[in-house]
Unconditional design. Structure first.
Length: 306
């Protein structure tokens, strides 16, 4: 019969009853780190100490710990991976740099311990933990060990650590559906993602959406290009991008000038006549000269000094 999460959780908890010399030293170093006032933490050093204190020194060297710049949907992940012989005997633990770098240090530590518990179960039970009692790996064994570590070290290890505001701030690629679902809560036809992957057949909910809504998705928002991405654009792409910026700028300023012109007209005294100007004017974005709106493109094509 395969070993269970509960059994290995109890083995780890039992080791907390009476520390050996290595655990005592690890506990001392951890306390020094947690009380040094440094807002940052060396996750590799701390992971090695927690390995000794809470996880029976079983995690290293089989667990690889790293920061991830691409992980933006949750604060951390832990996954079982194959070794050089094709066996699932190695574990990869990643912490989200985008989500954790501006949060209190305690969130990084709690996330590190959360993922270390998963790593411990992977090392001791292998693929049995990947399913767990509830299909997420947060079954009774996880809760048992997390509660013991929380009580011992006054930590706050929780089942889920998705920081919703931070996650949403990175979901800058947005698509809007034109079908009936755009009026239905909670999503109102919006799909937000941190990467440029349009909704499609690869999404588990796509077939249901096609049957119940049938609408098409159109991209309505995207993040600004980085300097590196702009440099990689072709000359044609850069020209089109510049034209879009100028057209957007003209439309924005045309509205502003029209509103200001209307205000000036209304402010005229009753005895004076107001002459309606049919040609709106805008300021050149390069030299700031006032130009008729229908002449702005011609003006931009001519050499002039700012």
């Amino acid at each position: 019969m395969p070993i269970t999460d509960e059994e290995v959780a109890l083995a780890a908890i039992t080791s907390l009853a009476a520390f050996d010399d290595n655990q005592k030293r690890a506990k001392m170093h951890i306390d020094e780190i947690l009380n040094d006032g440094n807002p940052f933490v060396d996750i590799h050093k701390l992971f090695a100490l927690y390995n000794t204190l809470y996880f029976r020194s079983l995690l290293l060297p089989s667990v690889e710990v790293s920061w991830s710049k691409r992980l933006t949907l949750c604060a951390g992940i832990c996954e079982l991976v194959k070794d050089n012989q094709g066996k699932y005997r190695r574990v990869r633990l990643k912490l989200s740099e985008p989500l954790l770098k501006y949060r209190p240090r305690e969130d990084t530590i709690n996330t590190l311990l959360h993922e270390a518990i998963h790593a411990y179960f992977f090392i001791t039970t292998t693929v049995a933990h990947s399913r767990g009692d509830d299909g997420t790996g947060h079954g009774s064994g996880f809760l048992l060990l997390a509660d013991a570590i929380n009580s011992h070290g006054s930590y706050l290890i929780t089942v889920y650590h998705t920081f919703h505001d931070e996650v949403d701030s990175y979901r800058t690629h947005i698509w809007q559906c034109n079908g009936p679902c755009r009026t239905r809560p909670p999503y109102f036809g919006l799909v937000k993602r941190s990467m440029n992957r349009a909704p499609g057949k690869s999404d588990s909910w796509w077939q249901k959406h096609q049957e119940e809504c049938g609408g098409a998705y159109t991209k309505i928002a995207a993040p600004e290009l980085t300097k590196e991405q702009i440099k990689a654009l072709s000359a044609k792409e850069r020209a089109g991008r510049q034209k879009n910026k100028i057209d957007g700028w003209v439309k924005k300023n045309l509205v502003k000038v029209t509103v200001e012109s209307a205000k000036r007209t209304r402010s005229l005294s009753p005895g004076r006549s107001a002459v309606a100007h049919k040609i709106a004017v805008v300021a050149c974005p390069i030299c700031d000269a006032t130009v008729a709106e229908d002449k702005i493109n011609e003006h931009l094509d001519t050499p002039h000094s700012p």
